[in-house]
Ligand binder design. Structure first.
Ligand code: CA
Length: 224
């Protein structure tokens, strides 16, 4: 997957590049609107992350030129502005999604995953419980309007819970599913990952929580 990052704040561009490369994306960065048009027309990117306030051409002009010239690459627009008018202008101009700076890396990755998987993927494979929905192909967890990207281990641990939603899952089972049979990981490792998942459930405002059952394991609970 190839992503073009267009952002004139070089430190932010580099931070985005690093976050995305850690997830296995290939990333090119450009820092003004003219270069953005050249790169986006010259190479077949899976996604363009496009800042609005840019030197030479702004993000809205960039997207107008690209769409006029038949470039249909999905565009995620970034902006420091928060007004609804800008949002509408961006989406009318052909942007596929919109994100306001500053943003959390998790939110960025959830949106990037959604946009890069949009093309050609018709089957959505999810596990649902309470107000949660876990996408099994992208490890994106959704509750209501909010989404969050899970790491590999968080995904394996939560998937185990969601496959046995009304049972107490033994810590041993979580260790095997998350770390493998031969791992040296201990109950403490599970505890740490459960705490990461709890933070994400909290961020999602989910009614689902993970309860510790002393000396046995953990169980999902849904608040009424
Ligand atoms: Ca800018």
């Amino acid at each position: 997957m190839q992503i073009l990052v267009v952002e004139d704040e070089v430190s932010l561009a580099n931070a985005l590049k690093k976050i995305l490369e850690q997830q296995g994306y290939f990333v090119d960065c450009v820092h003004d609107g003219l270069n953005a048009v050249d790169y986006a027309k010259g190479l077949d990117y899976n996604l363009i992350i496009l800042d609005v306030m840019l030197p030479k051409l702004d993000g809205f002009e960039v997207i107008r030129i690209l769409r006029k010239d038949g470039v249909s690459t999905p565009v995620l627009m970034l902006t420091a502005r928060t007004s609804t008018a800008d949002k509408v202008a961006g989406l009318n101009g052909g942007a596929d999604d919109y994100m306001t700076k500053p943003f959390a890396a998790e939110e960025l990755l959830a949106r990037v995953n959604a946009l890069t998987r949009r093309r050609g993927e018709l089957i959505i494979n999810t596990v649902d419980y309470g107000d949660l929905s876990l996408d099994l192909s992208s490890a994106v967890l959704t509750s209501g309007e909010r989404t969050v990207q899970l790491s590999h281990k968080e995904f394996e641990v939560l998937k185990t819970f969601l496959s046995n939603p009304t049972m107490t899952v033994p810590t041993e089972t979580l260790l095997i599913n998350g770390w493998g049979m031969d791992s040296e990981a201990t109950d403490n490792n599970v505890e740490v990952y459960v705490s990461f998942i709890r933070k994400k459930l909290k961020y999602l405002n989910s009614r689902v929580s993970i309860k510790k059952i002393q000396k046995i394991g953990y169980r999902l609970e849904v608040l009424e």
